[in-house]
Write a protein that binds this ligand. Sequence first.
Ligand code: OKV
Ligand code: MN
Length: 241
Amino acid sequence: DGESLFISDLHLTPDQPATPDCFLRFLAGRARAARRLYILGDLFDAWIGDDDDAPLHRAVRSALRELTAAGSECAILHGNRDFLIGRAFLRETKCRLLPDPCLIRIGGEPTLLMHGDRLCTDDLAYQRFRRRVRNPLVKRLFLWKSLASRRAIAADYRRCSAEANSAKTATIMDVNQQAVVETLRRHGAVRLIHGHTHRPADHVHEVDGRAARRLVLAEWRDGVGEALSHSALGWRRLVIE
Ligand code: OKV
Ligand code: MN
């Protein structure tokens, strides 16, 4: 039933134009030949509201609209950075927003899609931040502010986060193994696809005596990306240049 592509962690920003260029070529080419594109979070390095009129955001919105108009489906999950992607963006691009986690069937197998940040349960400071900014009232108050004040607040957050992360160990910033197994068990999934950690790998976990696979997507950087493909040929990782 056609090819499905999975990508995440493009962290698109005008400061590094090679990656948006690569993504726009991907949307006009490889993605258009696919039946469905899944974006598993952090498409953007920052998202402070759908009304952001930066040229990069406009270009990406119209390229996604061209993709869906050409007949490919595009589903998107919120990442930890672009969790404010909202209704106006979805209306304009005709992308579908999926909940995190989201259970789909692919190749007959129950497969769980996540961004991945919810699995990093050892990073208590991040989970606290996550709860605070995802609070519906806090989000609403933020979106009521002018674009200029939202930009200033976001710049502050990024500065603090860079400082905090440099003090954290690699294990704290990876997924918690127990959280992975519990999540797979709770949803009856035999496969989990996520990004966020920037540690691309194929893992096997034992869940109630059965093997479950965890496919971690790579980040896009310096104009090179990765897409995980599922088709009649099975599962493959594609290099996107
Ligand atoms: C996103 C992350 C910056 C991590 C702020 C309420 C509040 C939303 C926000 C501000 C920041 C998103 C929206 C951004 C994620 C960072 C730095 C670290 C680890 C508020 C609602 F509290 F100020 F009112 N934000 N931006 N980080 O720049 O895109 O995920 S962001
Ligand atoms: Mn992330």
